[in-house]
Ligand binder design. Sequence first.
Ligand SMILES: *Cc1c(COP(=O)(O)O)cnc(C)c1O
Length: 401
Amino acid sequence: MSAIAEPTSPHVMNTYGRLPIALSHGQGCRVWDTNGRVYLDGLGGIAVNTLGHNHPELVPALQDQIAKLIHSSNYYHVPGQEQLAAKLTELSGLTNAFFCSTGLEANEAALKLARKFGHDKGIERPEIVVYEAAFHGRSIATLSATGNPKVQKGFGPLVEGFIRVPLNDIEAIKKATEGNPNVVAVFFETIQGEGGIHPMRIEYLKQVRALCDERDWLLMIDEVQCGMGRTGKWFAHQWAGIKPDVMPLAKGLGSGVPIGAVVAGPKAANIFGPGNHGTTFGGNPLAMRAGVETIRIMEEHKLLENAANVGAHLKAALEREFEGLAGLKEVRGQGLMLGIELDRPCGVILNRACEAGLLLSVTADSVIRLVPPLILSVAEADEIVAILAPLVKTFLAEPKP
Ligand SMILES: *Cc1c(COP(=O)(O)O)cnc(C)c1O
């Protein structure tokens, strides 16, 4: 974020640069602010509101669940956990799931799995390969895995045991781990979200999978942002025809209800035993119902196809608008996870788009990010382009700051 931010609230901690609006309600891909202004939602609560707002099938299901049971605790069996785990393993080809409430918690569980995987085979000081520009969350361990000095600044000492490498360079990972017997896992996002919509190449994904098999490392793929249908497959790594050993999920999994999951294949599914890991809220009946219904509705309404088709339409339209435009570096991404990189910091686009009735975000300073609900229609995609293209052109015609 940057540019215009509201004055600090007297009581809420000042951790976010906020736009000067508050949303009151939504319908589909539209949201209204407390002054009655309507916006087209190109952000979906940061890739969270998979089904948009006030979905006619999700809302009654959640209301039904709230009236029955919101929370029970992991002292007891939770049938919804069985149901959602069965669905997630079916969709991913993996075998077991653990449930939590956020993305960083899912990643934290993955990091613990990797360390115990190492300890179980006698590695006392396990090390995990992570990537430049990665984002994995803001707990002490996940911010240590994150490849952004801004996120880390002021919070040292960082957690040790990470080896950082550049994206899409198989020689670099081989070199960085050469002769190191302590490596236990490789951990990355298939498409980096916060880092600026940087995809791992298909060929590279296959190469890393092969390297992990060869060296007995866990392949851990953070699909918190790029997963759950956003790219047109359930999980973005599936475009490469590979399977990870560990896959953290969150954001879009509950269509707005807080939920996280770490899904594991045979190599990682039995690393944790009773007492190794847990969380109070994780896997509660309300969150499980949100996950189960989100997936059911996505299947029923063919939202993977929609994400692929409308995303391809949106990307092509943006590319057409911006072709040859000075200062426009690239339109990147897949499905409904798109980034438009400019040659300069462009935080102000966020404010101008908001004023023009479009919600989006700017990440990595110079990348405009679109991660709308997966119900977005072609007409709504065209509307995004109609609002955004003139803003970008005007911005790039101004003198560089
Ligand atoms: C958002 C995000 C996280 C962190 O999720 P939280 O729910 O904010 O803790 C982790 N990894 C990726 C790839 C993300 O996009």
